[in-house]
Ligand binder design. Structure first.
Ligand SMILES: C[S@@+](CC[C@H](N)C(=O)[O-])C[C@H]1O[C@@H](n2cnc3c(N)ncnc32)[C@H](O)[C@@H]1O
Length: 308
């Protein structure tokens, strides 16, 4: 007998979740993506699991668990993980920290690289959500590089249009996430007036086009950012980064997983590279391999090099 949508929703809601099923699903989610749902967040997890159960038209959470661990269940597993992520983000989030990046960290990196005649710059936004963070970084770095060249009397291209990144410098920003839907939004790079609230007019004028009621990131900025799927739970993560931004992601992991992630970031950074975490996050007590850099309310962590 077929079940109507209404009947399904009420029957799914009526489906009880046993403590054992909850534990199984909690453990599976943790193993797959590192997200830890403690007592404060169990309600959220249960709510999302109910929704997925209803969508899959299954009659028990154990059947849903069996689906998730099967080969046919891979797509459903990604859908569940997407439903569990918190994707809140904004342009120019945590101004003090970005000032530290822009005025101190970048300057330090550019000077050291120039002395070695290494003109490549690699920045990774890990857990980039809908793209506001990597595009903010692209705009800040473009400005910082132009100003660096001006200040140090390095030639800027005479012939317009001037490239956003003055040669011989080369910038690559990797923007990664576990959710395909946020990665698609980042690639689309069209933002509403509400999402643009924290973008001042000088940035809007230089780096966006107005298309209908949205602001579209200009092609030259988009070309600096490459979006890709990466699950921070896995061992194989992008290497050779000068800077990693992983803000407001670790807060959803438990302490052992945070420690593992920090160790992975250490290996993913170049010597003396920098790691930025969210305002409510800290590396304190989690590692001895990074030194804290603190300026005017902005905090970053620099890789400590050990001589052998
Ligand atoms: C709250 S947003 C933070 C966005 C941005 N970093 C910021 O601070 O504005 C957290 C992002 O981390 C992503 N995320 C959560 N767990 C992840 C994992 N295991 N691997 C990769 N990304 C993950 C989520 O999908 C989400 O887009």
């Amino acid at each position: 007998m077929s079940v109507t949508a209404n009947q399904m929703s009420s029957s799914a809601l009526a489906t009880p979740m046993t403590a054992a099923e909850l534990k199984l699903l909690q453990t599976l989610v943790y193993q797959e993506c590192g997200m830890h749902f403690d007592e404060r967040r169990t309600h959220f997890l249960q709510d999302r699991l109910y929704r997925r159960l209803k969508e899959c038209q299954l009659d028990s959470f154990y059947s849903y668990y069996r689906l998730l661990i099967s080969d046919e269940g891979k797509a459903e597993l990604s859908r569940l993980l997407e439903n569990l992520t918190v994707n809140e983000t904004s342009f120019f989030r945590n101004k003090a920290q970005l000032d530290l990046f822009h005025k101190f960290v970048l300057d330090d990196i550019l000077h050291k690289k120039q002395a070695r005649r290494d003109y490549s710059l690699k920045v990774w936004s890990a857990g980039c959500s809908t793209g506001q963070e990597p595009y903010t970084l692209a705009m800040l770095i473009a400005d910082a590089l132009a100003y660096y060249c001006l200040r140090n009397s390095l030639p800027l291209s005479e012939t317009p249009p001037r490239p956003l990144i003055p040669p011989p410098w080369h910038l690559e920003i990797l923007a990664s996430d576990i959710s395909y839907s946020v990665l698609r939004a980042g690639q689309e790079a069209a933002y509403s007036e509400v999402q643009m609230q924290s973008v001042d007019y000088s940035y809007r004028l230089r780096y966006f086009d107005k298309v209908g009621d949205h602001y579209a990131v200009k092609k030259a900025v988009k070309e600096l950012v490459h979006f890709d799927f990466h699950n921070l739970k896995t061992e194989y993560l992008p290497q050779h980064n000068d800077v990693i931004f992983c803000r407001n992601v670790m807060m959803y992991f438990d302490e052992p997983e945070q420690k593992r992630l920090i160790d992975k970031f250490y290996r993913c950074l170049n010597a003396e590279g920098f790691l930025f975490v969210g305002h409510a996050e800290s590396l304190l007590g989690l590692t001895e391999r990074f030194a804290m850099v603190h300026r005017q309310n902005g905090t970053a962590y620099q890789r400590i090099e050990v001589s052998d």
